[in-house]
Design a protein around this ligand. Structure first.
Ligand SMILES: [Zn+2]
Length: 189
């Protein structure tokens, strides 16, 4: 079967619903974390744990809670600001790296990078550690489309592919399937 062209299935309302739910969950999670931080430090302040007294405990709680709220807000705003754009894969790189933690323990890992040039010249990078599935999926010269707010880069030409990444949750699916096995959004095949 020939699989050339960007899928019209991106217009399916399932994607709008997925984004709405993602933002709603992120918002609720952020608010709950912020409340836990505030209440936790308030209680620590009342009980004098670790020498913390109120109102100092409340202030720390408000600071930490506020930080959680800001991070949540940032993630929602950047998802909303995300645009749809077209580009082309211009390079792929494999880098062997080492990481040294506080205990001087050394870990070796590999970074797989796919470099995409947007039609307006801006460069984007997909980076995955220790997994070459995404790396092997794209070839230099592939035309791709990034869909606003979503996680994946759709290939214009999917001829010969056996897998496809869900545009919503990013999970791997069989290209013959109609909907993502994880989030049930339509697959752009
Ligand atoms: Zn999915």
């Amino acid at each position: 079967m020939e699989r050339i062209g960007y899928s019209r299935k991106i217009e399916d309302p399932a994607f709008k619903k997925y984004l709405k739910n993602t933002n709603r969950w992120a918002g609720m999670f952020g608010v709950v974390l912020a409340l836990i931080a505030f209440v936790g430090f308030y209680i620590a302040g009342e009980l004098g744990i670790d020498g913390v007294e109120n109102p100092q405990g409340m202030m720390i709680g408000a600071g930490v809670g506020g930080m959680f709220l800001l991070i949540t807000l940032y993630s929602i705003v950047s998802r909303k600001k995300s645009r749809t754009w077209d580009g082309v894969v211009i390079d792929k790189k494999v880098k062997n790296k080492t990481r040294r933690d506080d205990d001087d323990h050394v870990t070796h890992y590999t970074v797989y990078e796919v470099i995409i040039k947007e039609d307006n010249g801006k460069k984007h990078e997909i980076r995955v550690e220790n997994d070459d599935t995404v790396f092997n999926y794209y070839k230099v010269g592939d035309r791709i489309r990034h869909h606003a707010g979503l996680n994946s880069y759709e290939k214009y030409d999917k001829t010969g592919d056996t897998i496809i990444f869900c545009a919503a949750c990013g999970d791997i699916n069989n290209i013959e399937d109609q909907t993502c096995h994880r989030c049930k959004c339509p697959l752009l095949n």
